[in-house]
Design a binder for this molecule. Structure first.
Ligand SMILES: O=c1ccn([C@@H]2O[C@H](COP(=O)(O)OP(=O)(O)O[C@H]3O[C@H](CO)[C@@H](O)[C@H](O)[C@H]3O)[C@@H](O)[C@H]2O)c(=O)[nH]1
Ligand SMILES: [Mn+2]
Length: 732
């Protein structure tokens, strides 16, 4: 021990670029103020053309400017963390707390069981005392094939877990590990021999699970395992009793050990009770159900929340998280440690902007600087007390002693299962604070962010840890529509959050500092920014048609603030992107997706919120068709179906194309009095919009494959855009 005793288990460092970032934030804000001043001081007089458009621009620029400040707040104070797991082992190896890992799945078609069990296996193989580790799988589809897959996985784990530990393998998701094999060769005979055996076991298991997914659970398995009898009373996935099965438990002598005789982590399957007349509350409901179930079975003091589409890639992550939570000095006020979500299925140029790079590399580090990075739904380690709803107070002390830790009594599995089943049900929540003050919060499509905020408002802090070796990798959407729909859910969820009692509100909640609340506003009001962006995509281009200027002349000094904001934003985002390793093409794709998400997804978030349509949690699909996979690999945008999202995007793209072509025609023919000096910004905006929409024009006019834009939709959008231009030209 010695001098190490006093050393912290983690270290925090500041952003080296903070001075540049702050300078840019301040100067950018000054430029924005000038833009506002220009709008107010140059309003066209009554009767002059473009007065309404001008006032509209003022409103749009006012809100965008304020929103830009929210966007800059997290950039003010980025912090970076480093952990010292060896100090943790030295001090606490024999006193490590129990860790319960919750994995969620909700549909065996969209989330194939093979993927789900790979996540489960990667979690079972953490480098952590196995008797203190428990893995729970929540299956909201209540699919027997998922239980079947988990049973297979529990048998395979008997070989897999000791194999990983013996040869210190990474990553510990079998599928990901076998994929890395292609690029590595080993000469260790012992390893090579074991590897061949285990790979064969895995392939056989995978085939059985895939067969069962297609053809149903084999009757042999049904008769061998009585867990399947629980489906006897099942009528549909929305109407059934709780189905719960403890597959591995340390206190059960048979079946709990691996091939080397060591205890395996506890493994439990749960499909909570569902009834058509009761709301499931989607994932939040599943989290709460598992919270209660796990409290009777293992009651780990730490909980890891993990989606089935995110597997662990670093067996040390639990220990990393504990370096924060167990730190003697600052640990007791930390409620959760959020790890980033990285993805392993994103192409070189990130066609759909799914890498969430900005959030992962900048925003979350920034919110961490103010003490409260958000909970982003997965890859997050919680203190059970905080998730349960306990308030933080200075008297709160870490207590890692586990009363029933050493007690190895034979438990009656059947009784334990029955007890846990009663807790899994939503009936248990009637007239309680579950979903409000206890557990994950209900009624919001970003249950994660709102739950994190609930916890912060109870006085806790949170931490963001982005380790040098990635902790988790997952599956991002690989299809344009899936991405747009996912973002629509997030946009809508954030507004629901902004309207809820947990919204950032400094006057009400002074527990959370003002900067942090402003940082959250950047996400909360994301959907509202769709209106300014739409305005900017339509109005200036239409006025271009008429030769009416809405921006300052190039020779005027008012041009400078506009130029500063434009050049500044481009340089800033380009530098941020390139220094974080994305390509130029990747940056350009990111810009396009930024535009598409704001003009379509965010618009529909607002529509569905204010139109009071049923907001539901549409699962993000994790599979696409084979020919679509090929197009994704070739970085060709996928349209293929008729969707209102595409109608909006195509109409906007065509409208700008028509405006540009008409303007160019006038310019070339010398028709009208086109004043280039006055129109330059408007023309530039229109040109950029046309350039960025190139893939859309291809999908409308040039492509023949199945991923092109359906002809009917192309015709509809052409008519809409053309009519808008003609009407505007004739009647304005
Ligand atoms: O009724 C439901 C719906 C979803 N899920 C699970 O929730 C997870 C997330 O769903 P997914 O379709 O993958 O959504 P994403 O858009 O990828 O989810 C992101 O956004 C969600 C809402 O903010 C967060 O919960 C997620 O953690 C975050 O990854 C998956 O494991 C699902 O199986 C359930 O368990 N029950
Ligand atoms: Mn997901």
């Amino acid at each position: 021990m010695g001098s190490d005793e006093k050393k912290s288990l983690f270290e925090t460092s500041k952003d080296r670029a903070r001075h540049i970032r702050r300078l840019y934030a301040v100067s950018g804000f000054v430029a924005i103020c000038f833009v506002w001043a220009f709008r107010l001081s140059h309003i066209p007089a009554k009767g002059e053309p473009g007065q309404w458009a001008w006032l509209g621009l003022f409103v749009v620029e006012l809100w965008s400017g304020i929103y830009w400040v929210f966007y800059q707040v997290p950039r003010w104070n980025l912090v970076f963390r480093k952990t010292f797991p060896s100090r943790l082992s030295q001090r606490y190896e024999s006193k490590l707390p129990g860790v319960d890992i919750f994995v969620f799945t909700a549909d065996p078609v969209v989330e194939p069981p093979v993927m789900v069990i790979n996540t489960v296996l990667s979690a079972m193989a953490y480098d952590y005392p196995t008797e203190k580790l428990s893995v729970y799988l929540s299956d909201d589809a209540a699919a027997d094939v998922t239980l079947y897959a988990l049973l297979e996985a529990s048998n395979f784990a008997k070989h897999w877990v000791p194999f990983c530990k013996r040869f210190k393998l990474e990553p510990r998701s079998p599928s990901a590990f076998f994929n890395t094999l292609l690029s590595t060769k080993s000469h260790d005979h012992d390893y090579v021999k074991h590897l061949a055996t285990i790979q064969k076991l895995y392939e056989e298991m995978k085939r059985r699970i895939e067969d069962a997914t297609k053809l149903g659970v084999p009757s042999e398995a049904r008769s061998k395992h009585n867990g399947f009898s629980q489906w006897d009373s099942y009528s549909s996935r929305r109407d059934h009793d709780t189905i719960l099965q403890i597959l591995v438990h340390k206190n059960e002598s048979q079946n709990s050990k691996d091939v080397e005789g060591c205890i395996l982590p506890t493994l439990v399957y749960v499909a909570r009770e569902k009834r058509p007349q009761y709301h499931t509350h989607y994932k939040a409901g599943a989290v709460n159900s598992l919270l209660r179930v796990s409290s009777t079975i293992s009651d780990g003091k730490i909980i890891l929340i993990l989606d089935c589409d995110m597997y662990s890639t670093n067996s040390q992550s639990v220990r990393d998280a504990l370096c924060f939570l167990m730190d003697e000095d600052k640990g007791q006020e930390i409620a959760y440690v959020q790890f980033p979500q990285y993805f392993d299925n994103i192409g070189k140029n990130d066609l759909y902007g799914n890498s969430l790079e900005e959030a992962i590399e900048v925003d979350l580090h920034g919110l961490d600087g103010f003490g409260g990075p958000m909970f982003i739904g997965t890859c997050c380690f919680f203190r059970r007390d905080a998730l349960y709803g306990k308030k933080y107070s200075c008297e709160y002390k870490n207590d890692w002693n586990d009363e029933n830790e050493n007690e190895v009594t034979e438990v009656n599995m059947h009784e334990l299962e029955e007890e846990a089943k009663a807790l899994a049900s939503f009936r248990y929540e009637k007239n309680t604070s579950w979903g409000k003050k206890i557990g994950a919060v209900y009624g919001c499509l970003v249950e994660d962010v709102i739950t994190g905020m609930r916890i912060l408002s109870q006085g806790w802090k949170s931490v963001y840890y982005n380790p040098p070796v990635k902790g988790f990798l997952g599956n991002a959407p690989t299809n344009l529509l899936h991405t747009l729909v996912q973002f629509k859910r997030w946009g809508e969820g954030h507004i629901q959050f902004a309207l809820s009692e947990f919204r950032p509100n400094w006057f009400v909640n002074r527990q959370i500092n003002l900067a942090l609340q402003m940082g959250y506003c950047h996400f909360n009001y994301m959907a509202t920014i769709s209106l300014p962006v739409l305005y900017y995509c339509i109005i200036p281009s239409l006025y271009l048609l008429q030769g009416i200027s809405l921006f300052p002349k190039i020779s005027s000094s008012w041009f400078i603030p506009f130029a500063y904001v434009i050049v500044g934003e481009i340089t800033y985002s380009l530098t941020e992107g390139l220094t974080k390793g994305s390509s130029l093409q990747g940056w350009w794709n990111g810009m396009r997706m930024w535009l598409y998400l704001r003009t379509s997804s965010c618009l529909f978030s607002l529509v569905s919120l204010f139109g009071r349509s049923n907001s539901s949690f549409l699962l993000t699909s994790k599979v696409i068709e084979d020919d679509a996979v090929q197009r994704y690999e070739k970085e060709i945008m996928e349209f293929g179906t008729s969707s209102p999202y595409f109608t909006v995007l195509a109409t906007l793209a065509l409208l700008n194309l028509f405006c540009l072509l008409a303007t160019l025609k006038d310019l070339v023919l010398g028709n009208g009095a086109f004043d280039a000096e006055k129109m330059v910004l408007q023309l530039l905006l229109c040109v950029v919009l046309v350039l960025i929409n190139f893939p859309l024009y291809e999908a409308i006019f040039l492509r023949k494959d199945k991923g092109r834009l359906p002809t009917s939709l192309s015709i509809k959008s052409t008519i809409l855009a053309f009519t808008a231009c003609v009407f505007f030209k004739l009647f304005n």
